[in-house]
Design a protein around this ligand. Sequence first.
Ligand code: ZN
Length: 249
Amino acid sequence: MKIVFHKDYCRVYSSDPAAAPGRIEAILRELAGLEFVEPEPAGEGDVQLVHTQSHVSYVKGMPQVYEVALLAAGGAIKASEIALGGEPAFAVIRPPGHHASRDSCWGFCYFNNVAVSVEKLRVEGRIGKAVIVDIDLHYGDGTADIFAGVPEVIYHHVALGGAETFLSDLEEFLGSIRECDIVAVSAGFDRHREDWGGMLETEDYRRAAEIIKGFSEERCAGRRYAVLEGGYNHAVLGRSVRAFIEGFR
Ligand SMILES: [Zn+2]
């Protein structure tokens, strides 16, 4: 298990809650003892795999954001490559990405990190089919937009509700998948009881990760990775990430 991380993710690049001071540090405090690897920034050509030139230019117009957004996409790419090599990975990155569509973005997102990483593996011919599981509170409209009409990439936002609804919907969805070469997780933690969603306990993240791990071992030789999306209560975010990683590794 590798943790993909770069110190520049601690930078405060805007005034939104995903960029809040101390948010990444709250996660890092819980990840002591794990093995960290540093990513390279994505190239402009990488983000152009899923975004229009006008969107890339829009983000480029915010130089501080552009730099860290490329680094976040690079973190997802790094995690995907580690996973493809047979080892699970979790990317502690920001800004998040699942509200970034081909030609627009909102919700604290700029480039769609998970989509860039999946599409890069696909265009390079290193995978055929991929599944993206989104456990964030919010629907990843950007990811859904990017892969609309692409039957090789299946996006699923796990049903909203308490632990029973959440875990059974996740199991049911994964049970419906026949072919898959890699599973990517948009790992947001804002459903937590003490976060915006008020739905899940910390332990539910461990159980979700165990289900995804089991699926990946059965269907795609264990190839799995997760990238950070939302999660805003610094008092519980780190423990949720830790619980997820313990179930995922
Ligand atoms: Zn969210």
